[in-house]
Design a protein around this ligand. Structure first.
Ligand SMILES: Cc1ncc(COP(=O)(O)O)c(C=O)c1O
Length: 361
């Protein structure tokens, strides 16, 4: 079992209870005498796993039959292309909000496929905020509007969403904040998320798509890139990442057992508050992100110098905290405090920060 607090941005810490169940069942799943990893993806055992994972996600987000829930491969990065390839017609423009490195990548892929307009950007201020939605400049009759709900690298997050319509739906990359808070799924046409932060291990991407979008999908797309292929075969067109889906099942069981998204959100709010309060007290630590846009998942902060940051990271590791280095493109420090990071872990970090400041401030 991990004996450190793991603040990595993804792959990241998983709930201890989930890891213990996975360990206990690893060699002998459900008294079958073999591992779920060794089960055929066509077996009733695995069918039950994928059905439960889907049922859990549907129940947590209150997803109706108007939507399909898919378990795909190729990471969130494949969705950067699948979304426009499936949903952007040659006569329409797709609107994109440019709020960080991942949205830049999504935009670049969409530009390969069709007409794209950047309707809002915080690039000029090094992505330190989410541009006010009221100031956005959307295209009339756009094909869709794409946002990145949480910017893992820059530590910003949407705390409200732009209002869209069934004709011009909202599409969100929720890789780093899915299932971290309550959500009205009906505000979205499509949501996608790489699993490796809040859902499970890397290797599987969850896509939730409103069926009213399926009529847009062009004929003759490569089968693996066509949402219809995966909907028709209920995510079993080819061999899915069975073990990763099994861990999603366990993780969503854990969320349900722990009070669902209402409780998860409350705990996530507490963790973020604790950490931002520490950063905002005094002038030793600072947060480069504007208060209204701060992420409750990825908390970025700076120390007075890069030398102190290096010492901080080394001392934190010695004390049993890993993964606190900021993304290589921005530097500084970042604590990723996804669902599975307990409040105790954040308190441990905050106490360490106070002591470090006393010694070095
Ligand atoms: C917000 C966001 N989108 C997309 C990605 C890319 O995900 P993947 O590596 O699964 O392609 C990441 C990865 O960290 C991310 O944080």
């Amino acid at each position: 079992m991990s004996t450190v607090y793991n603040f990595n941005a993804g792959p990241s810490t998983l709930p201890r209870d989930v890891m213990e169940i996975a360990r206990d069942e690893f060699l002998n799943y459900d008294n079958l005498g073999y591992s779920i990893m060794e089960a055929s993806h066509r077996s009733p055992e695995f069918q039950n796993v994928i059905d439960t994972a889907e049922k859990n996600i549907r129940s947590l987000l209150n997803i109706s039959d108007d939507y399909s829930v898919l378990f795909l491969q190729g990471g969130a990065s494949t969705q950067f292309s699948m979304v426009p390839v499936n949903l952007l017609s040659t006569t329409q423009t797709a609107d994109y909000a440019q709020t960080g490195a991942w949205s830049e990548k999504a935009i670049k892929e969409a530009q390969r496929c069709g007409s794209v307009k950047i309707v809002a950007s915080s690039k000029d201020s090094n992505y330190n905020h989410i541009p006010e939605i009221e100031s956005w400049d959307p295209t009339e009759n756009n094909g869709y509007l794409h946002i990145t709900s949480n910017n893992t690298i820059f530590g910003t997050q949407f705390h409200q969403f732009p209002k869209c319509s069934p004709e011009s739906p909202l599409i969100a990359d929720m890789s780093s904040d899915i299932l971290s808070r309550k959500l009205d799924i009906n505000e979205f046409g499509l949501i996608y998320a790489g699993a490796q932060k809040n859902l499970g291990p890397s290797g599987v991407t969850v896509v939730i798509i409103n069926k009213n979008l399926l009529g847009r999908i062009p004929k003759n797309l490569p089968a693996m890139l066509d949402y219809n292929t995966h909907i028709k075969s209920t995510s079993l067109y080819n061999t899915p990442p069975t073990f990763a889906i099994y861990i999603i099942m366990l993780t969503t069981n854990w969320i349900i057992k722990n009070g669902g998204l209402a409780n998860i959100e409350e705990v996530n709010n507490k963790k973020a508050q604790l950490l931002y309060d520490k950063i905002d007290t005094g002038d030793f630590y600072s947060c480069p992100v504007e208060k209204a846009s701060r992420s409750k998942m990825n908390v970025c902060f700076r120390l007075p110098s890069e030398e102190l940051e290096a010492t901080f990271l080394k001392s934190a590791k010695d004390e049993g905290m890993i993964g606190l280095k900021g993304h290589r493109s921005v530097g500084g420090t970042r604590a990723s405090i996804y669902n599975a990071m307990p409040l105790d872990g954040v308190q441990f970090l905050v106490d360490f920060m106070s002591n470090f400041e006393k010694k070095n401030g």
